[in-house]
Design a protein around this ligand. Sequence first.
Ligand code: PGA
Length: 230
Amino acid sequence: MLIAGNWKMFKGPAAARAFFEGFEPPADVDVVFCPPFTSLEAALESGRTVYAQNVHWESQGPYTGEVSPEMLVELGVAGALVGHSERRQLFGETDEMVARRARTALDAGLGVIACVGETLEQRESGDTELVLKIQVEAIAFAAGDRENLVIAYEPVWAIGTGKTATPEQAEEAHAFIKGLLDRPVLYGGSVKPENAAELLSQPSIDGALVGGASLEPDSFAAICRAASTS
Ligand code: PGA
């Protein structure tokens, strides 16, 4: 089981250090933290596995505001998220950009958690599988079934909304994704201590990508415990 905490644009270095003082997860769960770039170093001091929230596809160059895979490797960062729906929706990331980010990060030796998921409108118009197929195949075509690649299924309508996919909805999407690309699939979208065990007990759910509930040591540790027992 892999439980990843996506801190989004929360927690500077001092808040990151304070989090780790109070965080005690079970030993048998792989836990990954995705803090903002400026808190990567503070998070690394904890000795925990740290991923960036994004990564560029070139090693260096005139790409203002971007960070390269090699820079992350030099810092000791183990991987990166790519294609989070907030990147896709608010910053115009395309499937091609997500696929390039995934491929070059993997080439540089980083782990990658590549996010996919449909909007509410797409789900309601019956296009969930079509959208997932397009997003997953772009990643699969560029990055293949590489060992360090994990997919995160995050229905956009469930992110930060308090609405969680039912275990059945999540299981159905995960099984579909695994049929396209045989890699572990994390579920993300309003995962909380109260719903984690049921989601994580589904056969095709291999872990969770947690936003809001990863910001407090106690709630995030509770989710990790649910992963440990499911
Ligand atoms: P949430 O965010 O848990 O706050 O819904 C999940 C994510 O965006 O990764």
